[in-house]
Design a protein around this ligand. Sequence first.
Ligand code: T4K
Length: 401
Amino acid sequence: MSCPELAVLGGTPLFEKPVPVGQLYFPEWEKYEAAMRGIFQRQYYTNQGPLTQELEQRLQERLQVRHVICVVNATIGLMMAADALGLRGKVIVPAYTFIATAQSLSWTGSEPLFCDVDPITHQLDPECVERLLEEHGAEVSAILAVNLWGDACRQDRLAELARKYAVRLYYDSAHGFGCELDGKPLGGAGDLEVFSFHATKVLSAAEGGCICTNDDELAARLRNIRSSYGAGPARQVLRTSNGRMSEAQAAVALLSLESFDSILARNEAMFHAYRQGLEGIQGVRLLTPASVSKTNYQYVVCEIDERAFGLNRNELQQVLSAENVVARRYFYPGLHRFVPYADQFPDASARLPVTEYLCERVLQLPIGQMVDAEGAGRIAAAIRMAGACAESIRRKLREAA
Ligand code: T4K
């Protein structure tokens, strides 16, 4: 590849159609059709139907947890979790995560206390958690940690802190389905964990998620908050949500589960193609999930260092967009800069240097069903070329602005 071949400099785009970052699994049509026919024959759309029950059973076995409560999406799952745990006051949350993590607290009237993350792994930093626990004392009722990017937090250290300061600990594991820590599936840590089965995730229900817990009482409360339809014992709860997963969602999730090993194998091949293709490019750091014993390769996460690469992250995003590669800035901006938090915590940026740093540098590259290992190699080659042609690209982008 040479500079004029880059689409931003007048070449032909690498891909004919935009290639997105998400996993975007679609089952084989015949299997999907058969599953929908079953729903029509049973004339049963939702309310803890047979497919949802089967999915919960299979997930309990796979994740080695006592209870799996399927929900309509992970955002609702996190809201239900905050309520079932009886959270109040402040909850320690990483500032570097998806907005749903923090906003889920609003349903219970509790508020996030933003914490910084580790610069190497991007996971919640336990040292920062401890500082906040010391500083805010009894105002804090919980730690909501996020197992990010197909990797995991330092769960042993967080569990120690939760015990020492007598606060709840639960996990947003939206990115974590299929990962293992010390040979054990993510899902059973803390008071509970929440997974996302959104279309962009490795296990897809098109929209969906689940809450996992080993605590029988918590599970009973969660089922009643969701709307239980006879699932588990009845409990009086303050609020109920409509968090039910429909049969159509469960059908897609069951098919996705059936294909799960091949989805992961495909992701792994793409990740290796990226690793090979990006090797040695100055200013591009590809994250390798290193805390887990098995990753799901949910995302391909790069940090772009402008000084070494020649272009900043946003400029590289424009170069890739011209190639029809829809690279995304997850997460941008940091949560402390979102409404309403920016007004509530005006000094937060100074306390969150790593989050600030990452929000300016991180870029997600496509992985999943809409690209393959050969495509990943071509994307990496375009990135290498963009670094080599940085000066001409900058000139071109300035002219166009
Ligand atoms: N906690 C964390 C840490 C999370 O990352 C998330 C969600 C949650 C909690 C909450 O989980 P859910 O309530 O969603 O279950 C996406 C996803 O919607 C969201 O699930 C995800 N994390 C977040 C990081 O990204 P967007 O709005 O940035 O991307 P979206 O949905 O537009 O999709 C990405 C690309 O895929 C786009 O280029 C369009 C393409 N696409 C998407 C869909 C759904 C398609 O081509 N076809 C499709 O059907 O939020």
